[in-house]
Design a protein around this ligand. Structure first.
Ligand code: ZN
Length: 221
């Protein structure tokens, strides 16, 4: 079953013709490592084990639900419902008798903490989720020698909450700027991260990436 996380591609890149891109587990694996690279000032305030577990399981439901992206027209509340049902199936039906059921309970707990997005740990992992996306965006632009402009993804940087991650992300966006300058082009998302996106598409995308619409409850931070 978990193999599906290795074989299911992240959908966002396909629209740009990147068909052999990263899988869901590729994304979660690198997020786990980025989480471990947390700066000391933040690491001393958070429970790192919980963060790493969240990074490892937060998109696990996609092995059955698929990677639903903002452009798919599925409401965030419906996406949440499908994923929650899937996690119950995995953690209770399949893992309920494994090791006395403890592993299933722990996986669901980590997934739920990320989904609820109420703890500092979950805010950090949500930020890392966006950071990983920005890094991958930049890598795809470079590996395609600037023929693909993925600037529409840069707006997720605006939703990063913690200053430590914001700083990482600003550095990555500076690198992006330097890269495009080096090949004599100006990509979208260059001066204004929201450039090139119509308002409706952006709003929907923000809701998806904000993590604040968990279970349909909108919580402003
Ligand atoms: Zn993710």
């Amino acid at each position: 079953m978990l193999e599906r996380l290795k074989t299911t591609k992240r959908e966002g890149w396909r629209r740009f013709g990147i068909n052999h891109g990263e899988s869901i587990s590729d994304h979660m694996y690198r997020m786990s490592i980025i989480t471990m690279l947390c700066p000391g000032s933040l690491a001393s305030k958070i429970d790192m084990n919980r963060c790493i577990k969240m990074a490892l399981v937060h998109d696990m439901a996609e092995l059955l639900v698929g990677d639903i992206t903002p452009v798919d027209g599925v409401l965030k509340s419906e996406k949440s419902r499908r994923e929650s049902t899937t996690m119950d199936f995995l953690c209770k039906d399949l893992l309920g008798n494994v090791g006395g059921g403890d592993a299933g309970v722990e996986i669901k707990r980590a997934w739920q903490e990320y989904e609820d997005s109420e703890t500092l740990e979950s805010h950090f992992v949500h930020d890392v989720d966006k950071m990983e996306l920005i890094l991958q965006m930049l890598e795809y632009e470079k590996s395609h020698d600037g023929r693909i402009d993925l600037g529409e993804f840069t707006h997720v940087a605006n939703r990063i909450v913690l200053p430590e991650v914001k700083q990482w992300c600003d550095q990555a966006l500076e690198d992006r700027k330097a890269y495009w300058e080096s090949i004599g082009k100006t990509p979208t998302g260059y001066q204004n991260a929201e450039q090139g996106q119509d308002a409706e598409k952006k709003k929907m995308s923000d809701e998806y990436y904000s993590g604040q619409y968990a279970n349909g409850n909108h919580k402003e931070q």
